[in-house]
Design a protein around this ligand. Structure first.
Ligand code: IMP
Length: 430
């Protein structure tokens, strides 16, 4: 049995990672978020109650795991505090015994959000379609050594010193983009009550992880977004600003790569994307509209309708390579119920490369790239809530078998409805 499990989205996010994390967290001593920020939205349904978590790991819903927010996550303090309250109202316990935040993590400041929105508005062409949560500007400040870390944020003297040094440049940029400058004093006033609430949660989360693994404990790494939104491996520049792939979990969390363990890819049975950027199998017709409606494909963070289309096997072969996937959780199979047949992209015609079975990052933006579809037979039965593979319609079982053969990785989990219970666990994964 393995000690580390990394759960990763292998499309453009929104694959259903929250539910799978929630499901597998009962074996975890630690559930650790390693990247992203409040741009993520993990929707989990427990005992009929829907909870959307943007910052706190979904593992918080499992009383036995300690949840960590790692040093490469960007922290929106107000969102964290709102989630504390939402969880407490729903009967969960949230305290530093259940949740720790890396003191090295960077804080999303109000001017990061302002800059995110001003920049998007200023782009006449090539809008990214960001979530407006300040993610890009916060990560930019991190790598340009102009960020505010949690430890600075929770020490007013240090925070004031940092702001005096950093704000003039940020204000100049905001004014250049048509925004208003902000004053150090007003940022300090905003920060004071928030810092007081999160200060006790600070920790060296890398050390907690290493100690846990050293004791023989089990760690679940929870990612946000998806590999095609990774700032290096995704469809650049239409990406988020963090490293979303599974191998990053180790380096970003502050532990070595000796214990890679299971890499579980969460694959939605079709493809969606929210925001701008290439999406070669997008369906603008009835198929796409029906997926959106049946799958309730509206952004968990922004409420935007998601773009929908066919499953893309060549894109998955690419993201499986990047992540080193060893196991699959297939989600939203129920959304495909009721189609006589549906298209699946099995290969591409790429100008200059011919017919390819696996995309590479540049292919997504190559002009003239053509998906090659096959029509796979559908099933009419509603499979929502079905609890065993044997009880699935024959064509649905055939879909699962074909997918395993095409991707060369076992499908260990199949999700047939949003709630935790409606899940077929073929193999226990870890
Ligand atoms: P940002 O992360 O807000 O900067 O947005 C950059 C791109 O990533 C946009 O296309 C967003 O729609 C997308 N994005 C960010 N977070 C998520 C997510 O959790 N799910 C799906 N798309 C996301």
């Amino acid at each position: 049995m393995t000690d580390c499990l990394t759960i990763v989205g292998v499309q453009w996010g929104d694959e259903g990672k929250g539910k799978i994390t929630d499901l597998l967290a009962d074996r975890a001593d630690i559930v650790a978020r390693y990247q992203g920020g409040a741009n993520a939205g993990h929707t989990v349904v427990v005992e009929g109650r829907k909870i959307v978590l943007h910052q706190i790991p979904s593992g918080i819903l499992n009383p036995r795991s300690l949840c960590l927010i790692g040093p490469a996550v960007v922290i929106d303090p107000q969102t964290i505090i709102n989630e504390f309250q939402e969880l407490i109202d729903a009967g969960w316990i949230v305290n530093p015994e259940r949740l720790r935040i890396s003191s090295q993590a960077h804080v999303v400041m109000p001017y990061h959000k302002t800059l995110d929105k001003l920049r998007e508005a200023a782009r006449t062409k090539g809008k990214i379609g960001t979530t407006g949560r300040g993610i890009g500007p916060a990560y930019e400040d991190m790598v340009s050594r102009a960020g505010i870390r949690v430890r600075d944020f929770c020490n007013e003297e240090r925070l004031a010193e940092r702001l005096h040094a950093l704000l003039p440049e940020r204000n100049a940029v905001m004014q250049f983009l048509g925004g208003e400058p902000v004053q150090v004093e007003s940022v300090l006033e905003w920060a004071r009550p928030l810092a007081a609430r999160i200060s006790d949660y600070q920790a060296d989360t890398g050390k907690l992880l290493a100690d846990c693994i050293g004791r023989g404990g089990k760690v679940l790494f929870e990612s946000a977004q998806g590999t095609l939104l990774d700032v290096i491996h995704g469809t650049y520049p239409f990406v988020t600003s963090s490293f979303t792939s599974a191998p990053a979990a180790f380096s970003l969390s502050g532990i070595g790569i000796a214990r890679t363990g299971v890499v579980l890819a969460v694959v939605k049975a079709y493809t969606t994307r929210v925001g701008e950027g290439p999406f070669p199998t997008e369906d603008f017709g009835a198929f796409g509209a029906r997926l959106r409606e049946n799958g309730h494909e509206f952004g968990a963070t922004t409420g935007r309708p998601r773009r929908c289309g066919a499953l893309d096997l060549p894109a998955l072969r690419y993201t499986f390579r990047v992540n080193g996937v060893t196991s699959i959780a297939l989600t939203k199979m129920d959304v495909l119920s009721g189609f006589d047949s549906f298209p699946v992209c099995i290969a591409y015609d790429v100008p200059g490369r011919g017919r390819v079975n696996e995309l590479v990052a540049d292919d997504f933006t190559t002009p003239g790239i053509q998906p090659i579809y096959e029509s796979w037979p559908g099933w009419s039965e509603d499979i929502g809530g079905v609890l065993s593979i044997e009880s699935l319609p024959a064509n649905c079982r055939a879909f699962i078998g074909r997918l395993e053969r095409e991707l060369g990785v076992p499908i260990d989990i199949v999700s047939t409805a949003p709630d935790r219970e409606s899940t077929i666990v073929v193999n226990p994964v870890w």
